[in-house]
Unconditional design. Sequence first.
Length: 256
Amino acid sequence: MNPFDLTGKHIAITGASSGFGYHFAGVLAGAGATVSLGARRIDKLEARVAEIESAGGKAVALPLDVRDISSIEGFINGAAEANGNIDVLINNAGVESGAKTYAMIDEDDWDFVMDTNLKGAWLASKSYTEHVHASGAGGGNIVMVSSITDRRTIKGQFPYAVSKGAMTRMTEVMALEAARYGIRVNALAPGYILTDVSRVLLESDMSESFMKGIPMRRYGEFEDLDGPLLLLTSDASRYMTGSVLTVDGGHVCGSL
Ligand SMILES: NC(=O)c1ccc[n+]([C@@H]2O[C@H](COP(=O)([O-])OP(=O)(O)OC[C@H]3O[C@@H](n4cnc5c(N)ncnc54)[C@H](OP(=O)(O)O)[C@@H]3O)[C@@H](O)[C@H]2O)c1
């Protein structure tokens, strides 16, 4: 038996229209899971569904705005109606607000980032917990997509790094509270990989010197996350809860 096999599992992913979520959808479907994809850009989700289906996988696209509780409930209920009990929820949707310090952002910047990255993940987890309870499935699995900025940051990542620090703590607190429902809660904390979220830094003038702070001397690639993702979403991690899995080429160990 392969403990990483996802055959028969249904996984719901927030923020699957680009970047990590888009990549995760293909990896998880390739490992046998049925995937329910949520984001605001439904056209991009539908394109991903078509790719997965043409590769023999099963997927569905559902509109989702994680800043709106009724949209979250629509996503969870719609996924369950389409594909049955949800075995795993991946809280991946996330945004940043540009290279700004705490003195530069305004309340709208704060609300935009915190409502999406933190409040959205909490509300989606709450709605998912209600689904697990109502379904009688007896258990579930939540994976947060946090970031190494939960521990190590640079000037100008406010409030993004604040949201990820809180998300890591939320993972631990939720793990404590969700065990009674048979739900495990862990976080994936990637280092820097080029996407729309990281572009402002990775394509800046300071990118080359910044990379010198990574012991493995390179930014990550999507595929670097595949093994850790399969671990956290599968039964291979069945005795893990409250863990934060860092995948960063050693960046948090660096001294620069
Ligand atoms: N790239 C990195 O270096 C890095 C490192 C560590 C952690 N992360 C984390 O990885 C996650 C994915 O980011 P990414 O790098 O893949 O960037 P990305 O390509 O910009 O993807 C972000 C995703 O979040 C979705 N999203 C944003 N606001 C949303 C909302 N209100 N409701 C629903 N979906 C929403 C976007 O879809 P729509 O716009 O279609 O809604 C998109 O699919 C984020 O949580 C990010 O913080 C990234």
